[in-house]
Design a protein around this ligand. Structure first.
Ligand code: MLT
Length: 203
């Protein structure tokens, strides 16, 4: 398989598979504790981004801070989608049970899956996600439940961008809950606790 990853099988009663997607410079180990906090019984598929920015793993290339390489974003989104099909086959889980949990660059590729490929995800927890692309028609996201964790003082993803992203998802039919943290781009424990509450209600 084309992406370095960890798969951990969950309890048989839990059908959900948490797809963990790290931030720039992270790896497939980073979000494992978050998966335990969100759903300790779910299966976990934690993936390392295939792009290297001066040695820092990412899920797609960028031209500079905040400016994405659209061609690479689209290519890498398809690559991740195909990887999910292969992993479902190899590990025996259902593709329709995959819920993404991504932080920063990882949240952005999860957002891109939702933007570009219908039914690529069952739902998503997007921590400090940006608008992956503008001026595209999103697939129908009816019945998709999404959680966004955002920072009121996030310099990388300003609040207006979070609100814009929420509207784009809602216009495509999704139900979106945003939790506003007072801090910046970091992922906080309070945010993960809120994500857990949302998960228990919706997933
Ligand atoms: C990105 O490039 O995806 C965003 O700027 C977030 C990050 O710094 O990774």
């Amino acid at each position: 398989m084309k992406m370095k990853h960890i798969f951990r099988e969950g309890k048989t009663e839990s059908k959900n598979v948490l797809l963990l997607l790290h931030g720039t410079g992270g790896n497939e180990q980073d979000l494992l504790p978050i998966a335990n906090m969100i759903d300790p019984e779910a299966s976990v598929l934690s993936v390392r981004g295939n792009v290297s920015e001066n040695g820092m793993p990412r899920f797609f290339k960028r031209l500079r801070e905040g400016v994405f390489d659209e061609g690479d974003l689209i290519h890498r989104t398809k690559e991740l989608d195909e990887f999910l099909d292969e992993a479902a086959e190899a590990y025996g889980f259902k593709r329709e049970n995959v819920i993404a949990a991504g932080y920063s660059n990882g949240a952005n590729i999860a957002g891109s899956l939702l933007f570009h490929i219908k039914n690529s995800l069952k739902g998503a927890l997007l921590f400090h996600a940006m608008v992956p692309r503008r001026n595209v028609e999103l697939p129908d996201l009816t019945d998709k439940q999404l959680f966004i964790g955002a920072g009121e003082n996030d310099p990388i993803c300003p609040p207006e961008e979070t609100t814009e992203l929420k509207k784009m998802f809602e216009n495509a039919g999704a139900t979106v809950e945003v939790f506003w943290e007072k801090y910046g781009h970091q992922l906080t424990e309070a945010e993960v606790k809120e994500a857990r509450k949302w998960y228990d209600k919706t997933q």
